[in-house]
Write a protein that binds this ligand. Structure first.
Ligand code: NAD
Length: 509
């Protein structure tokens, strides 16, 4: 992780300082460490984000711990009233949030608005918290004995989030976590941290009490401090597979409940009977949308039999029409990658593919866009085989590989043998085959003629295999379970007839 020395004097005015948010106010970092934040479309540094020390993380966690008793005691109707206000204010300020996403992440503005909209759906779901927390009740489980269940918040939740959805992924976490009565410490990605501070201000405005929602910025040091802190009860993580595995192991060892959603290599199977034009549109939007920096992006198109030639032609034909550039320009469809290093790493996969024998159908490094932004042309590689690095690794950029197979069985085997199991899709007109695919395939989210099957907010989101560590998916009903602990009460009351005080009960009933 790059450390920023004091910015040069001539840049000082242009570089915004991005601080923590603890106890309901902005708190400047005191560790002396920070990281650069870029406008990736211009390729220049715009901010410096403070990196928290262990002590600063401790202060945020203690603040959240202190705020917990009052927040968990706040009535369900009050919490739900705040959530309704949250939904309304986030909706009203959606363009302000989206502008921050485009400025620091680079995704096009319409896509940034889409990100906020998907996050809002999770807040809407959380508005129903009085219903979601209803328990069960069994009267007369034994004579005079009743049994009932309740769900209670776990305490302090830490959310550690990736760069690619700087608003939506935190919303996946804090909306249900706060609704359930927990307090929260967010450690956003250090690459695009500003949206988290606007979120903190909006939460304060809608009535979330100070200390209930806090933000600490930083790198591994801050994350480790959260993982080890005895007052953090649960960790929600979304990010790459190696880090997810690490978070899961270290957090679990410290006795916390952990859900760690990880990387992906999503396959889209196209059968010969598919609507090829529809499949090509889907492959293009799911492969190159947000410059391929989505965990649900399609990375491999598995073309079965005769589907391959027309499909590759149809995708190729569409690529020159994708306008690449600054996401604030209205007709631009694909923005830059997050950093120069990431852009170069993604580009190196194209070279490796070429060297390993894949056919470069379109793209490569060249992309003419004014300025020094981190752009890369949408690239299409045909004849990618399962042994190639470009097939095996998560690329996380605008690079789509086509792997040709002869049969449905071969296609299915490819998906199932892949170490990742986040999302997958099948394109076919045959309902029976689609149903069989849904039955056989080893992935957490399946699309049938839908390339990016992100579950709606009242289902839960999560992958299988190396795409998830832990057993609970995020948001939806599983999110409510993750952020609460179950308690079952078995109760017996003395027979009122035996009371020493005359209550007017008959002796026998
Ligand atoms: P990342 O794993 O590099 O970073 C995620 C978070 O972990 C950040 O907050 C970062 O500061 C922190 N982190 C990074 N290195 C660390 C270390 N060594 N020790 C402790 N903490 C560390 O991921 P990213 O590059 O920000 O995001 C892209 C990745 O996230 C991709 O792999 C993508 O597939 C994945 N992702 C998964 C999902 C999902 O739901 N499964 C959703 C979005 C993104």
């Amino acid at each position: 992780m790059t450390e920023l020395a004091t910015p040069p004097a001539e840049q000082e005015q242009e570089i915004a300082r991005i601080s923590h948010w603890i106890g309901g106010r902005s708190v400047a970092g005191s560790s002396g460490r920070s990281g650069p934040v870029y406008d990736p479309a211009m390729g220049r540094q715009t901010g410096a984000v403070d990196f928290a020390s262990v002590e600063e993380v401790d202060r945020a966690v203690r603040t959240a711990r202190d705020a917990f008793p009052a927040w968990r005691a706040t009535s369900l109707s009050k919490r739900s009233e705040i959530l309704f206000r949250m939904r309304q204010l986030f909706y009203e300020r959606r363009e302000d949030i989206a502008r921050m996403l485009t400025a620091e992440h680079g995704k096009v503005f319409s896509d940034a608005l889409g990100e906020v909209a998907r996050g809002l759906e999770v807040i809407e779901f959380a508005c129903g918290i009085p219903t979601l927390l209803k328990g069960d009740y069994s009267e007369q489980a034994s004579t005079g004995v009743d049994v009932y269940s309740i769900r209670q918040p776990v305490g302090v939740v830490a959310g550690i989030t990736p760069f690619n959805f700087p608003a939506m992924v935190p919303m996946w976490m804090f909306a249900p976590a706060l609704a359930c009565g927990n307090t929260f410490v967010l450690k956003p990605s250090e690459k695009d941290p500003s949206a988290s501070l606007l979120i903190a201000e909006l939460l304060q405005e809608v009535g979330i009490p100070d200390g209930v929602f806090n933000v600490v910025h930083g790198d591994k040091l801050a994350v480790d401090a959260l993982l080890d802190h005895p007052d953090v009860d649960a960790i929600s993580f979304v990010g790459s597979t190696p880090i997810a595995r690490y978070i899961y192991e270290r957090g679990s060892q410290a006795g916390k409940r952990v859900q760690a959603l990880a990387g992906a290599k999503n396959h889209m199977v196209v059968l010969p009977d598919a609507d090829i034009e529809m499949a090509a549109d889907a492959a293009v939007s799911a492969g190159y949308g947000s410059a391929g920096e989505r965990c649900m992006a399609i990375s491999v198109v598995v073309a079965v039999g005769d589907a391959a030639d027309p499909l590759v032609d149809a995708i190729k034909e569409r690529l020159p029409k994708i306008k690449v550039g600054n996401g604030f320009e209205p007709d631009v469809e694909m923005g830059p990658l997050i950093t120069r290093e990431h852009r170069d790493k993604v580009a190196s996969f194209i070279d490796k593919g070429r060297e390993a024998g894949a056919t470069i159908v379109a793209g490569g490094r060249e992309q003419e866009v004014d300025g020094d932004g981190f752009f890369l042309a949408p690239s299409l590689l045909d004849n990618v085989t399962p042994q190639m690095e470009v097939y095996l690794e998560e690329i996380f950029g605008p690079v789509l590989g086509v792997t040709r197979v002869e049969t449905y069985d071969e296609a299915l085997r490819l998906v199932n043998e892949n170490s990742y199991g986040n999302g997958t899709a099948i394109f076919t007109r045959d309902g029976g085959v689609a149903r069989q695919f849904q039955f056989d395939v080893q992935a957490g989210m399946v699309g049938i003629n839908v390339p990016i099957p992100v579950p709606v907010a009242y289902y839960s989101f999560g992958g299988w295999k190396d795409s998830l560590f832990g057993d609970t998916h995020i948001y939806g009903p599983e999110g409510i379970n993750f952020y609460t602990r179950g308690k079952v009460v078995t109760s017996r009351w003395p027979d009122p007839a035996t009371s020493k005080v005359d209550l007017g009960f008959p002796q026998t009933r």
